[in-house]
Design a protein around this ligand. Sequence first.
Ligand SMILES: Nc1ncnc2c1ncn2[C@@H]1O[C@H](COP(=O)(O)OP(=O)(O)OP(=O)(O)O)[C@@H](O)[C@H]1O
Ligand SMILES: [Mg+2]
Length: 304
Amino acid sequence: MALIEVDHLTKNYGHGRGIFSVSFQIEQGEVFGFVGPNGAGKTTKIRHLMGFSNPQSGKAIINGMPCFQRASTILQDIGYLPGEVALPDGLTGWQFIRMIQGLRNYHDDKRLQYLLDKFRFDPADKTKNMSLGNKRKLAIVTAFLADPKILILDEPTSGLDPVMQETFIDFLRDEKSRGKIILLSSHIFSEVDATCDRIAIIREGKIVSTVATKDIRHNSRKTYQIVFNTVEALSFFSKENGININSEDKKLKTLEVSIEDNNINLMINALAKYKVVSFKEKKFTLENYFMHFYEKKTIEEASK
Ligand SMILES: Nc1ncnc2c1ncn2[C@@H]1O[C@H](COP(=O)(O)OP(=O)(O)OP(=O)(O)O)[C@@H](O)[C@H]1O
Ligand SMILES: [Mg+2]
C-alpha cells in the first residue's frame, strides 16, 4: 500500500473555491510535487494531510491511518514546513530548538549540528529579531531535527536566498536517497524539476495532469526551428516527404518541425539540399509545459 493515499478528497469552500475529488498516491522513497497558480488548492491538500482540516468527503490517509482522526500519531513521522512560518515571539532560536527537541523527545545533537551547518544558521537571536530567511531556516532546522520519515513542504524555499535554495535542493536529494517520502508544493519550476519524480498540476481545486519528470525530460520527439535564406527554399523543403511542419513564418523564413529522434537523419538529408541560415532545437522544458496550465486556457486546451 502507498504510504500516502488521497482518494476523492473534497473540501468545498463555496464559490468554486476549495479542492474537488482529488486522488493521488505517493510511494516510499518518492518525491511528489504540486504546482499550480495561486489559489489552486495546494495548501488546502497539504493541510488535510497534516490533519488540520477534516475532509467533507473522500480520504486522506498516511501509513494506513486517516489524517484528521489520527493526526497526533501521524504527525510524529512528519517533518512539516508551512508556507507561512509562525514562531513564538519571546524565545531565542536556541530556546525554540530545545523546546522542539523536548516535544519530539529527540535529542540527537549530531543531527541538529548537521542541519545548522548545512543551512549556515546561528540560532542565537530572538525569533522576533530574525530576518525572514533566518526565520525560515529556523523552521527548516526544527522541522527536520527529529529525522522524520515523511517531509511535507509547502513552498519550502520561499524567502531563502539563491544559494540557500540550492542548498535546500541538495538537502532534499540527500533525504530522498535516505528513503524519505517527500511531498512539496512550489512555484519554482527549476526546484520541482531538480527534485520531483512526479508532479501533479493543480488548477481550480483539481489535479489536471500528473507527469513523471523523466518522461518530460526524455521525450524522443523533438522540435527544431529552421531559418532558410529564401522563402522559396522554405516552401520546397516543407513539401519534402516525412517532414512534419508545426508552423511556418514566411516573413522570417522560419519553419518549426517536430521529428522523432530516430528520423533525424531523414530531416538532415533533406535539409542538405537547401541553404540554411540557422538550425536549432527548441528545448522542451518543464517551464514550457507548466506555463500552459498557468495561462487562462481551458483545461482541455492546456492538456494538448
Ligand atoms: N479556510 C478557508 N475558508 C475559505 N476558503 C478557503 C480556506 N482555505 C482556503 N480557501 C480558498 O481555497 C482556495 C485554495 O487555497 P489554497 O491556499 O489551497 O491555494 P494554493 O494553491 O496553496 O495557493 P498559493 O499558491 O497562493 O499558496 C482559495 O481560493 C482560497 O481562498
Ligand atoms: Mg499555498
